[in-house]
Design a protein around this ligand. Structure first.
Ligand code: NAD
Ligand code: MG
Length: 301
């Protein structure tokens, strides 16, 4: 496990850097919360050190309460950005903890609860967040819905609709609202998955949204070139977040979560945040229409 005194650059064996399965069963209702997870996920709380790479940048992160979004929020804040997050009301306990972490470092976390499956909410979220931040330079489209089902016959229209609304429609609505507010040099970052290129049988609806996100990212990147806005995606492999034990996978998969990838363990959210930092900063100025895989040795292509 991570030595709290080490920063993200300390050289370590990646196979043993973080927890390996087996993990205890831990069923919880969706969307799930961090405090129900054993072991506790690592979001870089004690390890992420910023270098001022996002000084003054204004960033909105959906699903910023937990998991990958939470690690990204912490990293952006430590890099000097002003951060706003969106989340569901049921996740207020996660947001309280994150708010306290920001406050302890003299920073403000701007918080906007609400359901992204509604177009009107997506539009007002972008407007309100940009108002609170004083602009919008980075949009991280990260919120996601994943519900494992063995068979196509177990997937209801309601589930299919909610998965597509959360993962795809919201992405379209958020980007559409954000682009007119974004200056040259701004960045949109989507969140796809290894599932987008290597789909599991039990994630039919989810995997197909993640494939769609890749196409959306590459097409929008071409449209945005003239505006000077870069659009890229991150494709995580298995990551230790509430998404998975709250119905994202059955509990027998949770017990062995991550054992199918060459590393034999899941990523911790802290291992994803640096990709989101890279894609948000000018260091990636020549990068657009790309998807960065962070997969523990399971290539996306
Ligand atoms: P997470 O549960 O911590 O984050 C997902 C967030 O989505 C939730 O916190 C919630 O706030 C938000 N959300 C869900 N439905 C919403 C709705 N209707 N309105 C508003 N917000 C909603 O899990 P995570 O793993 O950090 O997920 C972040 C992203 O990473 C997702 O897009 C997910 O598909 C992707 N991803 C995760 C994994 C993994 O193994 N955990 C792997 C590949 C990709
Ligand atoms: Mg959450």
């Amino acid at each position: 496990m991570t030595d709290a005194t080490q920063n993200q650059w300390a050289m370590r064996d990646p196979l043993t850097q973080y927890a390996r399965p087996p993990f205890p069963r831990q069923p919880m209702d969706a969307p799930g919360t961090t405090d129900q997870m054993t072991p506790a996920p690592n979001h870089g709380e004690t390890s992420y050190k910023g270098l001022g790479r996002m000084e003054g940048r204004k960033a909105l992160i959906t699903g910023g309460d937990s998991g990958i979004g939470r690690a990204t929020a912490i990293a952006y804040m430590r890099e000097g950005a002003e951060v706003a997050i969106n989340y569901l009301q049921e996740e207020a306990s996660d947001v309280e903890g994150l708010k306290k972490l920001f406050e302890a470092e003299g920073k403000t976390l701007h918080t906007f609860p609400g359901d992204l499956t509604e177009e009107g909410f997506c539009t007002s979220l972008v407007k309100d967040a940009a108002g609170a931040l004083g602009g919008l330079d980075v949009l991280v489209i990260n919120a996601g819905k994943q519900t494992a089902q063995e068979s196509i016959f177990d997937i209801t229209t309601e589930q299919f609709d909610r998965t597509y609304k959360t993962n795809c429609y919201a992405m379209f609505w958020l980007a559409k609202a954000a682009i007119p507010l974004m200056p040259k040099g701004a960045a949109i970052i989507t969140t796809t998955s290894i599932q987008g290129s290597k789909p599991s049988a039990n994630l039919l609806d989810y995997a197909s949204t993640k494939w769609a996100i890749i196409g959306f990212t590459k097409s929008l990147a071409k449209q945005m070139t003239e505006r000077g806005i870069r659009v890229n995606g991150v494709a995580p492999g298995p990551v230790w977040t509430p998404l998975q034990p709250s119905g994202g996978q059955p509990q027998d998969v949770i017990e062995n979560f991550g054992d199918e990838v060459p590393y034999g363990r899941p990523a911790q959210p802290a291992e994803l945040a640096p990709a989101y930092v890279y894609l948000a900063t000018q260091e990636s100025g020549y990068v657009t229409g790309e998807v960065i895989g962070v997969t523990g040795g399971n290539p996306t292509a």
